[in-house]
Design a protein around this ligand. Structure first.
Ligand SMILES: CC(C)(COP(=O)(O)OP(=O)(O)OC[C@H]1O[C@@H](n2cnc3c(N)ncnc32)[C@H](O)[C@@H]1OP(=O)(O)O)[C@@H](O)C(=O)NCCC(=O)NCCSC(=O)C[C@H](O)C(=O)O
Ligand SMILES: [Mg+2]
Length: 288
């Protein structure tokens, strides 16, 4: 069972030295070092050099490190990959993925470099075609996770922003299903109003209820809310412990079902309970 936490996944523009420095001490479970939409066109070349140097000189600890390059079909994508490969990146995040062939092309390029033998691939799910092809994309080589790109999706869908995200619901759920089926990580999109704590908390709660592993963030002020919402709560941990104890006792009596708080507990509930405790343990180890 892979229990690595991905509660908070912070975007940092690859062109911003101060933010790149600051992130070495921020409580993010994962960082997306961005060379794509957060970087101005005339900053692209400087940002990729700065980022390659920073990744080799800075210690980001246990945080997962994803580099979002520009699309390989763009004028910057191939150069991004060549320069970033020198830093032996843990993962490349590919934007605007429409089909499995986009991932296969990136995987071939990673196979060809001696620096990227272990580099995993993450895909932005942010186009209607990408969403419709999510299962094939999730099963492509080196795939480790999906990141929802809700801004690009809303643009391509022509839908309006609503706090309940009803217009985006199917576009969120199809990649989520595909990720679960393939056993890869699924991270929800960003909440643009970075000073609106109540709105962020509500959207994190919705994403957590749906089954996302965490939320992408654009500002350090958003970290604590995502970390809290996507961690198992005290009540969930307590219930999981009581379910396991009750089920063990039922099993010792030769029974296959226990009852906790008036609800049945079967083997499948124990699998969920163990996952909750393992995730809580992994989060506790981050802060030790
Ligand atoms: C949104 C921002 C432009 C706000 O910047 P700013 O006004 O400078 O913020 P603050 O003054 O409040 O910053 C306070 C300190 O925090 C540091 N900081 C700010 N943002 C980050 C960050 N993302 N990571 C690390 N550190 C950060 C500042 O340097 C200040 O530090 P200090 O000087 O020590 O006080 C800005 O937050 C920002 O640029 N955010 C990232 C935007 C981004 O990455 N956008 C692209 C990703 S979203 C996307 O593309 C989603 C997807 O593709 C889709 O389609 O949906
Ligand atoms: Mg996008």
């Amino acid at each position: 069972m892979d229990t690595r936490p991905f509660r908070s996944v912070l975007y940092i523009p690859g062109s911003k030295e101060r933010a790149l420095e600051k992130a070495t001490g921020l409580a993010a479970d994962a960082i997306i070092f961005d060379l794509e939409d957060a970087v101005a066109l005339d900053e692209k070349a400087r940002a990729r050099r700065l980022l390659a140097e920073t990744l080799q000189s800075h210690d980001y600890g246990t945080r997962a490190k994803l580099v979002r390059i520009n699309a390989l079909s763009s004028e910057w994508g191939a150069d991004d990959l060549d320069v970033i490969a020198q830093a032996q990146p843990e993962a490349i995040l590919l934007p605007k993925v429409d089909k499995a062939a986009d991932i296969e092309e990136l995987a071939r390029r990673l196979d060809a470099s001696p620096h990227t033998a272990d580099t995993r691939i993450w895909a932005m799910m942010e186009s209607p075609l990408g969403v419709l092809n999510a299962h094939a994309i999730a099963c492509a080589p080196r795939m480790a996770g999906f990141i929802m790109g809700t801004n690009d999706l809303a643009k391509d869908m022509g839908c309006r922003y609503r706090a309940d995200r009803l217009p985006l619901m199917m576009s969120l759920q199809l990649p989520l299903l595909a990720a679960k089926a393939a056993g890869i990580v699924a991270i929800d999109g960003v909440y643009n109003a970075f000073k609106d704590e109540d709105g962020l908390r509500a959207e994190c709660e919705q994403g957590r209820d749906m089954g996302f592993d965490g939320k992408t963030l654009i500002h350090p002020a958003q970290l604590s809310i995502a970390n809290a919402v996507f961690a198992p709560s005290e009540a969930e941990i307590d219930l999981a412990q009581r379910q396991i104890a009750a089920f063990d006792a039922a099993t010792a009596r030769g029974e296959g079902v226990a009852v906790v708080d008036g609800k049945i507990v079967e083997n499948l509930h124990i699998v969920s309970a163990q996952q909750i405790l393992a995730k809580a343990q992994a989060i506790a180890e981050l802060t030790e």
